[in-house]
Design a protein around this ligand. Structure first.
Ligand code: NAG
Ligand code: NAG
Ligand code: NAG
Ligand code: NAG
Ligand code: NAG
Ligand code: NAG
Ligand code: NAG
Ligand code: NAG
Length: 908
């Protein structure tokens, strides 16, 4: 113990003294001194790594305190991790000067910096009063023990000098010390006898040479000894080992001699203290047998303190110290880390370990012999715990909303410095960190025994990794580079922090649809949010397009169901299932606050069939074929591309007689069909093999028996027709049978079945009823004969096919021109033809059957010369039914079907 306390002393080489140093300002160093009963303490700090050497000033000269001189003369010094030093001095130290006001000690403090710096020199003088001297004062200091006893009056105790030995034992207790010690008594210390317990005698000079400090004043004698000398011995006192010094000092005068006994006993650390990881317990026997000679022992006072300073009960409680006295011991308990001590850091295998050091003090006051003798006993007892494992913690104080990782690292002893922080991408010094805004701070604990570091790393800093696409999870890996001072031992600590951002007050969304639009209303509290519609950020133009409005608490928008960004999920019967995806995000932080979707079914006519034979088709790109380039889609005829296309759909406009449209007849409908797909070569070039081929079948159904046209449309995945459109009202066509070629009289409905002889001519007229325009023409596309009323029945005989007389038939179809008259206002609205009943009757099996004549009728518009059926030319002039309009093309306005009533062959 004395060894470590003495390390701070330095040998002063006079040549190093720099006179200039004396001019150093005093303020650089904090120096204070305190009187603490029989000792005083000077606190010096912070030393900032400099070495402190102490000298005493006596008679205007400075005497350096070496370790040996210090322990001999009543000085000790300790340094702590905070860079402070404590110098303890006995009031009765060798150099104390008795002044009227007390004991004065003057110290010179010299701070050695590194070689470039000048030494700093300070002087401190303290005068302490101590009036309550007990008859015996014992101090166990760090490096020495001291006993000071009151000298007895020589009159009472002095015996003739010779013979000495036998008489000595009868001197009685020398501490019966009357006040009046004759100052000029002439007694001198000559000899000291130690009891180990064997008696050893030393001359005074010999004792001083051996390191003992001995002095006497007129009233007291002082003996000071190193804690362990050949003249001390260890005695077990109530289970606690103590170093015991027992002596008798002989004072001689010319004829007389007297002796004073002096004894001291100090506890040894080992055997006195027990440790737990968080508590130090110190047992000090209060009946210290080697120091007590009387049966009449009475313990009067027990005090606890720290660093030589007594503490009152309140202060003890504040520091969580506790002290109790039981049968044998004064038991002092101190929590590890308590105020008054300090941690020292140690690194072993990158493990962080600490020791905790503190210097508790216990003072006892006891009396013996009915209070005639009292002893004040003071122990300064430096304790250091064994190595304690103290793994540093990283406490994550992150509040995700603040978008900054906040952490606390520690606790560490105050001798630890944070040097740098390593991130996966880079290493930053603490200064760099602060430039980057990480706000690295050091905080002392309130009791200042430990410190912690706080660090803040914004989520947006590049060292933070985003672990989710959605910008909502952050991860931070860091390794702290630390250093233990002053030894500069490096160590590190690694931490991993994660944070997820969730909006505490998310906006609420309500949405809906009508037949044409999505409606979205968002109630929000965070300002400055941005909206993405589909994949597009809502630009001012789009906002205007979507009728965006914002009143500070709500915003709303109306998105047409074909707007960019709308996704088509599926085509179902007469409906398109569409979805609008919206994302609310914070443009500053790039945090997605809310992601929501509105899905609606829209009833829609993607195919429209117009009576004039125009078809329009909206070919939607479904979500399931994301790679489709709609601009490459075509109808069957690969030259027929969309008239408009975008990322979502292609819009086709074509006439039913173009672009490879096929036609077929069903029982009472005529169906035009086409397909939309990618042309073959394009498919192999651009289609992803895993993507379904795009094939959209479209058709228009025209009801033959009504004035309605029906449009059917088949989705790429679904075969069922799902939409149809009504072509709006238009004139009806009728077929009549005239009595003769004048076409003036016609059979009436009640005349049927009409009977005709074989080879008798049948005069048919087909008229577009209710027409009011000459630009509309009625054309016979196909006419045929069946045996049943059902026009689709078999067998059938074709009379006219594709507008021309069937060349394969021998039915002698004759077309008759139509001239305007009272009944026929617009000849183009009427067609007439003749055939012979005889021809029909040729087949013997059918002779007795009824016959029905049917025609497919096309209504053309001469103003829209689109070609196709309305302009078809027949191989020869005779079979041409639209002779004078050969060169003109017409658009199909409508398709109709007409049938005659039953006609029977008359055999009579
Ligand atoms: C200091 O000086 C006084 C007289 O001047 C002398 O008695 C004393 O021994 C000196 N002390 C030391 C330590 O030199
Ligand atoms: C110390 O020096 C001062 C002046 O420098 C002087 O007045 C004083 O008497 C001296 N003291 C001793 C003890 O020599
Ligand atoms: C010292 O302060 C630290 C941090 O405030 C605390 O954890 C510890 O318990 C304190 N120690 C004592 C003995 O009060
Ligand atoms: C970081 O600091 C530690 C000291 O604890 C040191 O050992 C290490 O080399 C430093 N790293 C860099 C890259 O400076
Ligand atoms: C904003 O609009 C919403 C919805 O229309 C309405 O409920 C709210 O009261 C409006 N707020 C203000 C401040 O006008
Ligand atoms: C066919 O009718 C539709 C609807 O009335 C019209 O938009 C289109 O232009 C017409 N097409 C032709 C070729 O007349
Ligand atoms: C679609 O194809 C057209 C024609 O090849 C091309 O110009 C266009 O860039 C393509 N679009 C996409 C989105 O690939
Ligand atoms: C037309 O055909 C439908 C069946 O497809 C039938 O229900 C309807 O009665 C027919 N109308 C006329 C006028 O013949």
């Amino acid at each position: 113990m004395c060894g470590s306390a003495g390390l701070g002393w330095l040998v002063l080489l006079l040549s190093l003294v720099n006179v200039e140093a004396q001019k150093q300002p005093y303020s650089a160093l904090d120096i204070s001194s305190k009187c603490l009963g029989s000792i005083m303490r000077v606190d010096v700090g912070p030393l900032q790594g400099k070495l402190l050497e102490v000298a005493v000033i006596i008679n205007n000269s400075s005497i350096l305190l070496t370790p040996r001189l210090a322990s001999q003369c009543g000085f000790s010094m300790t340094t702590d991790q905070l860079g402070g030093a404590k110098i303890y001095a006995s009031l009765q130290n060798c150099f104390a000067q008795n002044v009227d006001t007390g004991f004065m000690t003057t110290l010179n403090l010299r701070l050695h910096g590194n070689q470039m710096d000048e030494d700093e020199l300070y002087q401190v003088a303290e005068t302490c009063q101590y009036a309550t001297w007990a008859s015996r004062e014992i101090v166990c200091d760090h490096n020495y023990m001291e006993v000071s006893v009151q000298r007895a009056a020589p009159d009472d105790y002095v015996l003739p000098k010779y013979p000495i030995p036998r008489a000595i034992s009868r001197f009685g207790d020398p501490r019966h010390a009357p006040e009046k010690w004759p100052t000029e008594s002439g007694f001198r210390m000559t000899t000291i006898m130690f009891f180990t317990p064997e008696e050893r005698t030393m001359k005074l000079t010999e004792a001083l040479k051996s390191g003992y400090g001995m002095a006497s004043t007129p009233s007291r004698m002082i003996l000071r000894s190193l804690k362990t000398t050949p003249e001390t011995y260890v005695q077990n006192v109530a289970g606690v080992p103590m170093t015991v010094l027992k002596s008798s000092t002989i004072f001689e005068q010319k004829w007389l001699a007297t002796k004073i006994d002096a004894a001291a006993a100090c506890p040894i650390l080992e055997g006195s203290v027990s440790f737990t990881p968080d508590r130090i317990t110190w047992y000090l026997p209060w009946h210290i047998d080697p120091l007590v000679s009387s049966e009449k022992f009475k313990l009067l006072e027990v005090h606890m303190g720290v660093s030589g300073q007594r503490l009152d009960a309140a202060e003890m409680a504040a520091r969580q110290y506790s002290m109790s006295v039981n049968d044998l011991y004064v038991i002092s308990e101190i929590p590890v880390g308590a105020v008054g001590g300090y941690f020292k850091s140690h690194i072993q295998d990158n493990q962080y370990l600490v020791t905790y050091s503190i210097e508790p003090m216990v003072e006892l006051l006891w009396t013996e012999d009915d209070a005639l003798e009292d002893t004040r006993y003071k122990v300064l007892f430096p304790i250091t715990t064994p190595l304690l494992s103290h793994p540093p913690q990283v406490i994550d104080n992150t509040v995700p909303k603040e978008q900054t990782f906040k952490m606390l690292l520690g606790p560490f002893g105050t001798d630890v410095a944070l040097v740098n922080i390593s991130f996966p991408s880079e290493v930053l010094s603490v200064a760099d960190c602060n430039v980057r805004g990480f706000n690295v701070l050091e905080h002392m604990s309130p009791n200042s025994s430990t410190k912690v570091f706080t660090i803040e790393v914004p989520f947006m800093d590049p060292v933070v990794q985003m672990t989710e696409e959605g910008f909502t999870a952050y991860s931070l890996h860091l390794t702290f580079g630390l250093l233990v001072l002053p030894e500069l031992v490096p160590f590190s600590h690694t931490a991993h922090l994660e944070a997820k951002l969730t909006e505490s007050d998310p906006p609420s969304v309500s949405s809906g649809c009508d037949g044409q639009n999505f409606y979205v209303l968002v109630k929000y509290r965070t300002q400055g949010l941005q909206l993405k519609v589909g994949k597009q950020t809502l630009t001012p133009e789009l906002a205007q397009h979507y009728g965006f409005s914002d009143n500070g608490t709500h915003f709303s928008l109306t998105v047409p169901f074909l707007a960019p960004g709308v996704v088509f999920e599926a085509l179902e019967k007469s409906t398109i299932r569409s979805r609008l995806d919206l994302v609310l995000w914070n443009p500053e932080t790039k945090i997605k606050i809310k992601h929501f979707s509105v899905a609606c079914n829209f009833r829609s006519t993607l195919t429209e069939c117009f009576p004039n034979g125009t078809m329009t088709v909206l070919a939607l790109k479904l979500e399931s074929v994301p790679g489709l380039n709609t601009s490459l889609l075509t109808l069957r005829d690969p030259t027929c591309g969309p008239s408009f296309s975008n990322d979502q759909f292609a819009y086709f406009v074509f006439t039913v007689n173009s672009c490879g449209t096929s036609r077929k007849f069903l029982s009472n409908r005529m169906v035009y069909e086409n397909e939309i797909s990618l042309p073959e070569e394009t498919e192999t070039e651009t289609s992803d093999e895993e993507e379904p081929l795009y094939e959209l079948r479209v058709s228009c159904h025209y009801a033959i028996n009504t004035t309605h046209a029906l449009a059917f449309h088949t989705s790429p995945q679904v075969n069922d027709p799902y939409t149809y459109a009504d072509a709006r009202g238009e004139p009806e066509a009728v077929m009549r049978l005239a009595l003769d070629d004048s076409y003036s009289v016609f059979y009436r409905a009640e005349d049927y079945p009409v009977a005709k002889y074989p080879k008798q001519p049948l005069y048919f007229e087909v008229e577009l009823m209710g027409s009011t325009s000459s630009v509309v023409s009625l054309e016979l596309e196909n006419c045929w004969v069946t045996l049943k009323n059902d026009r689709m029945s078999q067998p059938r005989w074709n009379l006219i096919t594709d507008g021309c007389a069937n060349p394969a038939g021998s039915y002698q179809v004759v077309f008759h021109p139509v001239q305007p008259n009272a009944r026929v206002k617009y000849p183009s609205n009427v067609k007439r033809f003749e055939l012979q009943m005889f021809a029909l009757a040729e087949n013997q099996h059918n002779v007795r059957h009824q016959l029905f004549v049917h025609c497919d009728v096309v209504i053309c518009d001469s103003r829209n010369p689109l070609g196709g059926i309305c302009t078809r030319r027949c191989p020869n002039k005779e079979t041409q039914i639209r002779g004078r309009r050969q060169a003109v093309s017409y658009a199909v306005l409508s398709f109709k079907h007409v049938s005659s009533g039953p006609i029977v062959t008359s055999l009579t």
